[in-house]
Design a protein around this ligand. Structure first.
Ligand code: SF4
Length: 701
């Protein structure tokens, strides 16, 4: 039921966190509708189809409206009361902990959880369960960019500048990002860039709708963008385009990075990437001769087993050309999930404590333990990364509490992950629908959705935003904070897990104070009054004006101890799985505009399903002819991990040696059945974007 006339809020889906208004309707089937919120500066009223239709999930007939518990006699999930369901979860977690130790209990979170939930989940894992085994699906999203950001600049914030700066720079290199599909309202920043005379270079193996906007489209073979960046840096040096003054004044480590780049001759880079040398030279000229420049990356370069080094190579290019730490220039990552940024700052990541503090830092442990009222030595150490945790299920991790994620569809080597989940002694899932992962659970807890609860998210710009509750949730569902409160109480923690989001946020502010992601000066009221506040925003002394927040980072100094950025020497290396005679084609995966992540919500929206009803295999006409498949006919894609089958979509917009599949669907067409879980050694990111496959035309079933 709507609670007010019109409530300004934000979209539940991607990291752009578009502003929108929710207005009540007389329609009992759809009690609120989305209207434009033109005053919110990031999207100025524009929304994609996912945002416009988001209320449909609130009143969907398939949403969960009461807990489910697996009946041991029949093996079926059957309705249960909340007391019974919570007791079953507490019992399952307690039994495992007692029998096998705290690290036998795992916790898996999500990049869509609000800051308050991410914070409470990390605290719950480390205090109540005492486990080190917590990570989240954001590890699969932007962790390579986060690691590279930390390594070079000493701090990770997706974009160290607001999006409004993008149209005012001279040239943008957009690497492995298809904004036209992933966050369409952001495309206008690139359109305005070109209207202002700026240049756009898109690096993508597919000629996407985003690439069609570019002045220059470079389509490298998947897995070779590290070599591409090194080749460009080689030319920057060879053509005397290094900003020597900036390099000397603001950076360290240039000689080693320079040597790495100089070993990548343009002709060698052409052989690796397929990009002709003249195009490489044109890209360098465009970037270096512009008045300011940015490199923006997304999942393309990041979701690789060398993702950290690949992003590092693009950062080196920015540093060598003086395009970092200056107004209207820099490197940024276009984070994907709704709270992908905040989700990695507040303690649900295996190695982190709130405020983006490191779990193995004694001072950080002491600070957070002080806020939590426990001894620092009682906090467990760092745990496993997301895939490693999923891979350990049924082994030494025997029970799992999962919130806001659907790894049966979204994890790499998903068939194996599904088997691991099935092998658990106990699985509890909190979700809004019976996702493919929830369907495997022993207990399913139905939780509130975005419009039914208040909480903050942090957008890809590092802008902390507030979603206000606009609807009374159905009687059978509870908020995630209530779930954690109830479980904590059953496990002996009567205090420490409030259900009021503002109370949790105030504690989060204290826990983050003085840390890299300092939220101490950010309060709910201020967020509303200022259309969001950029972190870091420390609390100021009484009587002093409040800190203004920090829309632009690194202008005076980088966040390293000495204030200087670090070049990190990197060299090209092959993907973890190269093509061969048995698997001669490269598979790359990604998204389509009308579905979101594992599709758990968007596959329940009729309008979105009509626009994007199922998976497909995008391939070049020459490849289609070679395997004898025609448009719309089923094609089997085999990798070393399994087979997926989906209709062919034939287009010249993709390289002839590459196929593309979107990953939003389960079942026969599940793209992640095929993907390779080889991990980046620094970020522990799996190699979603590159694996070797074989194609085969099949008869329709
Ligand atoms: Fe929502 Fe992202 Fe679409 Fe904006 S672009 S409406 S935040 S899904």
């Amino acid at each position: 039921m709507p609670e007010a006339t019109t409530v300004p809020t934000h979209c539940p889906y991607c990291a752009l966190q578009c502003g929108m208004n929710l207005r009540p309707t007389p329609d009992a089937e759809l009690p609120v509708e989305v209207t434009e919120r033109p005053d919110f500066p990031v999207n100025r009223g524009a929304l994609c189809g996912k945002g416009r239709t988001a209320p449909a999930v609130l009143s969907s007939r398939v949403r969960l409206t009461g807990p489910l518990v697996r009946d041991p006699a029949t093996g079926e999930l059957v309705p249960a009361g909340w007391d019974e369901a919570l007791a079953a979860v507490a019992d399952g977690l307690r039994r495992t902990r007692t029998g096998h130790g705290p690290d036998a209990v795992g916790v898996f979170g999500g990049g869509g959880l609000t800051n308050e939930k991410a914070y409470a989940l990390g605290k719950f894992a480390r205090l109540v369960l005492g486990t080190s085994q917590i990570d989240y699906n954001g590890r699969f999203c932007m962790s390579s960019a986060a690691a590279a950001h930390q390594r070079a600049f000493g701090l990770d914030r997706g974009l160290p500048f607001p999006l409004e700066d993008v149209p005012r720079t001279g040239c943008v290199i957009l690497v492995g990002s298809n904004l036209a599909e992933t966050m369409p309202p952001a495309l206008r920043y690139l359109t305005e860039l070109r209207e202002n005379g700026g240049r756009l270079i898109v690096v993508d193996p597919r000629r996407t709708r985003t690439a069609e906007q570019a002045d220059l489209h470079l389509a490298p073979r998947p897995g070779t963008d590290l070599a591409l960046a090194l080749g460009m840096l080689h030319l920057v040096v060879a053509e005397g385009r290094v900003d020597e003054e900036f390099v000397a004044a603001r950076t360290d480590g240039w000689p080693a990075a320079r040597a790495g780049a100089m070993s990548h001759w343009p002709e060698h880079v052409e052989r690796l990437t397929g990009i002709p040398v003249p195009l490489l030279r044109e890209a360098v000229r465009m970037f270096c001769e512009a008045d300011g420049g940015m490199v923006l990356t997304a999942r393309g370069p990041e979701q690789q087993a060398k993702g950290t080094d690949t992003v590092g190579a693009w950062i080196n290019l920015c540093l060598a050309t003086g395009r970092a730490g200056r107004p209207l220039s820099g490197y940024g990552c276009l984070t994907g999930q709704g709270n992908g940024q905040g989700g990695r700052e507040h303690g649900q990541k295996a190695d982190q404590l709130p405020g983006y503090r490191k779990l193995d830092d004694p001072a950080a442990r002491a600070h957070v333990a002080g806020v939590w009222g426990v001894a620092p030595e009682s906090l467990p150490g760092p745990g496993r990364s997301a895939y490693e945790l999923l891979d350990a299920l049924g082994g030494d991790v025997k029970a799992l509490l999962l919130m806001g994620s659907n790894p049966v569809v979204s994890a790499p080597r998903a068939g194996h992950v599904e088997e691991r989940l099935r092998s658990l002694d106990f699985l509890a899932v909190a979700d809004v629908v019976l996702s493919e992962t929830a369907a495997l659970a022993d207990v399913v807890l139905p939780v509130t959705q975005w419009a039914e609860e208040t909480g903050t998210t942090t957008s890809l710009e590092g802008r902390v935003l507030l979603r206000r509750r606009a609807l009374t949730p159905p009687p059978g569902v509870r908020g995630d904070l209530e779930v954690l409160h109830g479980l904590a109480a059953l496990l002996g923690w009567e205090k420490g897990f409030p259900t009021d989001p503002e109370e949790v946020f105030d504690e989060l502010r204290r826990a983050s104070a003085g840390g890299p992601a300092d939220y101490a000066g950010i309060g709910y009221r201020r967020i509303e009054e200022e259309q969001g506040v950029f972190w870091p925003c420390p609390e100021t002394a009484p009587g002093e004006p409040p800190h203004p927040g920090t829309p632009r980072l690194f202008l005076d100094r980088f966040a390293t101890p000495d204030g200087r950025a670090r070049f990190v020497p990197v060299v090209h290396r092959p993907s973890a799985e190269e093509t061969d005679a048995d698997y001669p084609v490269v598979l790359t995966t990604g998204r389509v505009v009308s579905q979101y992540q594992s599709g758990a919500q968007t596959r329940r929206v009729a309008e979105l399903n009509a626009a994007a009803p199922g998976p497909f295999v995008e391939l070049h006409p020459r490849l289609a002819e070679r395997i004898g498949v025609t448009e719309g006919r089923p094609v089997a894609v085999h990798s070393r991990r399994g087979t997926a089958v989906a209709p062919a979509r034939i287009t010249t917009a993709i390289r002839p040696d590459t196929v593309f599949m979107p990953f939003h669907w389960p079942g026969e067409g599940r793209a992640n059945t095929l993907t390779n879980p080889a991990l980046d050694p620094v970020s522990r990111m799996p190699e979603f974007k590159v694996c070797a496959v074989r194609l085969e035309a099949v008869e329709p079933a």
